[in-house]
Every structure is written in structure tokens, then in C-alpha cells.
Write a protein that binds this ligand. Structure first.
Ligand SMILES: [Zn+2]
Length: 272
């Protein structure tokens, strides 16, 4: 199995959106110690290409057309010699715009014409439901409205190629989707196993390495923050116990590393 991390781009978010319940002094000290801005968080968008020999799988699709600092996934795949029609499986960890936006091209058609798009049933039901409740996300109203519009538009466009799954499911040999609810009602993590090694793609179960050091710090984009914290702890416990490589969509590129327990949380060590 060959895995390649692909940068779709990035976006700068107000720091308060990323850590809404962090004690301000503690957050300031944590950012200061890393020489990070107190105002904005530059957040990478990192997709994962998996080539198994029989399958070409893409985990998350980036922001798609319309974001000036993102939407590069097509160009990145081309650099790897992969054409859109070669991708046979797309796994959507969830339907937030930075993950599903690239699943639809600028002409409003599925960006990967031959792919099955795997997503959890709970995620589809939530966004397609009559009144998706975004009340627990700690974001401005216009951001919530844009999230809803993008999710609904993309899911509608992809409807003939969607494959919704329920519970832990094999996607292709060596690639499994794991329920990781909390960030969204149907958020998935993705677990890869090949030749005795495992890689756990957390999706957005943690959006910044500070969410590992302070696992109880929420992410303003979490739909159910308390559940998201439990999910995060559960995934990181498992990654630690089983010595997995870990990837997270929004971590500093190449968004790949290891985790080890420290002070009640986890330390992030970038690299393979
Ligand atoms: Zn995200």
C-alpha cells in the first residue's frame, strides 16, 4: 500500500474558533511557546491518497473551487500521475466544506466520475434532514449557513455515487472506516493496515496539535463537543496502545506523525 499526503491548501481561522473553551491565559501561553499568532490559526488541508495496487482511494477532497488558498487537490493528484477518472473510491470523513468541497468540480459535477463516495449514513441523514441543528457549533451564523449550503449541494450532486455506511466498515482491503462521532454526527476516522504497520487518519477528531496536549479543549466546529472529546481520547488511546502512525487533516503539513502520552494528554511528534 502506498500512501501520499496531498496538500489541498490552507485557510486562516480566528484562533478563538479553534479553541473556544480554552482558558484565555493558558491558550495565549500555549500559542506563545510555539511562536504562533494569537489571532489566527493557519490551518492546512491535507488529503490522503492510498494506492493499494488494485484500488485508488482518496480520503477527503479539500475545499474545491472558490477558495483562493485551497482547491489544489486535482493538481496534486496530477503530480502523482492520477487522473480524476482513476480514483475509484473517495472516503469523506464528514461533510464540512473543507472535506467535501473538492468532491464536486467547478462545473457542478462529481469531480471523480468513476468513484464511489463513501460517507456515514448518520452524516448524510444529518445534512439532508429537515432542520440540521448547528446550534452547538461555536461559529458565526453566516459560517454555519455556508457549511450547510455546501454540504447539501455536494451531497445532492454526488447522490448517484454515494455509498453510505453504518458502523465500522471495510472500504477496500486494508482500509477501514471507524465511527468517530462528535465533530459531526457521522464523522469517520480511517484506519489503514499494511505489512504490519497501521496508520490512523483522525480526520477532524483533532484539528490542531494543541488538541492533543489539551484533549479537553473543544474545536468551535464540533457539533457535539463533549462527544468529540471522548472520541478523540478513544482514538488516541488506541493509536498509542497499538503504536500507530497518525495523520490529521488540519495538522501542520505533512500532517503525519506519532503520538505519545504526556501530562494527561498526548505529545505530537511529526514525521513517519
Ligand atoms: Zn476540517
Amino acid at each position: 500500500m502506498r500512501c501520499t499526503v496531498l496538500s489541498d491548501g490552507y485557510f486562516s481561522y480566528p484562533a478563538a474558533w479553534f479553541f473556544p473553551n480554552a482558558e484565555p491565559g493558558e491558550l495565549a501561553a500555549a500559542l506563545e511557546s510555539r511562536r504562533l499568532s494569537h489571532d489566527s490559526i493557519v490551518s492546512p488541508y491535507t488529503c490522503l491518497l492510498i494506492e493499494t495496487g488494485r484500488h485508488v482511494v482518496l480520503v477527503d477532497t479539500g475545499a474545491g473551487p472558490g477558495l483562493t488558498t485551497g482547491g489544489a487537490i486535482g493538481a496534486r493528484l496530477e503530480m502523482c500521475g492520477i487522473r480524476p477518472r482513476d480514483v475509484d473510491t473517495v472516503v469523506l470523513t464528514h461533510a464540512h466544506p473543507d472535506h467535501i468541497g473538492g468532491a464536486v468540480d467547478e462545473r457542478g459535477r462529481p469531480a471523480f466520475p468513476n468513484a464511489r463516495y463513501v460517507i456515514s449514513e448518520a452524516e448524510c441523514e444529518f445534512w439532508n434532514g429537515p432542520r440540521p441543528a448547528l446550534r452547538d457549533t461555536r461559529l458565526p451564523g453566516e459560517v454555519k449557513a455556508a457549511m450547510l449550503e455546501t454540504a447539501r449541494r455536494c451531497l445532492q450532486t454526488l447522490r448517484h455515487q454515494l455509498e453510505s455506511i453504518d458502523g465500522e466498515s471495510g472500504i477496500v482491503p486494508g482500509v477501514r472506516a471507524i465511527p468517530a462521532y462528535g465533530h459531526t454526527p457521522g464523522h469517520l476516522a480511517v484506519l489503514l493496515a499494511s505489512e504490519g504497520e497501521q496508520l490512523l487518519n483522525l480526520g477532524d477528531a483533532a484539528a490542531h496539535p494543541l488538541h492533543l496536549e489539551h484533549p479537553d479543549w473543544h474545536n468551535g466546529f464540533d457539533h457535539a463537543a463533549a462527544r468529540a472529546v471522548l472520541t478523540r481520547r478513544c482514538l488516541l488511546d488506541r493509536a498509542t496502545r497499538e503504536g500507530m502512525h497518525v495523520m490529521a487533516f488540519h495538522f501542520p503539513f505533512p500532517s503525519m506523525g506519532r503520538v505519545s502520552p504526556r501530562d494527561g494528554g498526548w505529545q505530537w511528534s511529526p514525521g513517519w
